[in-house]
Design a protein around this ligand. Sequence first.
Ligand SMILES: [Cu+2]
Length: 135
Amino acid sequence: MEKLTLLALVGIIAITAAALVGFNAMFPTTNSAAEGGQNMNLQGTIQDVYLKARADGTYDKNEIRVKAGVPVRLHFSTEPRTGCGQELVVRGLNVRVLGYPDRDSVAEFTPDAPGRYSYSCGMGMWEPGAIVVEK
Ligand SMILES: [Cu+2]
């Protein structure tokens, strides 16, 4: 009788352990976003970053950090009436994208060389920000 209780207990523990392992496998914890800085969401092979041009002639971020050699999806949007800020140019990364209010325009690129690449409007008159590519 006691042996049977012990056996049942061991069984329950084994099933619980298996369930926990299975649960972790289904929902792996990632902390890459925390390591990558405020703008980066590094999930596997794509880095999704977001930038918005404001109507006052500034961007909502001064700096966006990404890792070299990993594809980037830059989601660009604007507030209404940003004028020439609708066009975003990232110098040195061959990125030129037109933004619109309330939806993302996505520019995809893979930065190979670490460095600091400034972005501004098409004419370079907006207060620039920078995409910082880290090794
Ligand atoms: Cu301009």
